[in-house]
Design a protein around this ligand. Structure first.
Ligand code: ZN
Ligand code: ZN
Length: 77
């Protein structure tokens, strides 16, 4: 079975995890395109969710200037 995923990043999307509660109501800067997530996250929730075992390798899509989301490598240190 092939699952096709077409992620996109919107400007005014709230964090799906906390609905803005943990990040002061800011819009979510990250979208996780991994099939186990498929959610928008604020920075706090991204770090929290992706510190769980098996999710460390997820890569966020971030909105950056233009309308095309791009993959970025990410390191929480
Ligand atoms: Zn959040
Ligand atoms: Zn994820």
């Amino acid at each position: 079975m092939i699952v096709e995923v077409k992620p996109y990043v919107l400007d005014d999307q709230m964090c799906d995890e906390c609905q803005g509660a943990r990040c002061g109501g800011k819009f979510a800067p990250f979208f996780c395109a991994n099939v186990t997530c498929l959610q928008y996250y604020c920075e706090y929730c991204w770090a929290s969710i992706h510190s769980r075992a098996g999710r460390e390798f997820h890569k966020p899509l971030v909105k950056e200037g233009g309308d095309r989301p791009r993959h970025v490598s990410f390191r929480w240190s």
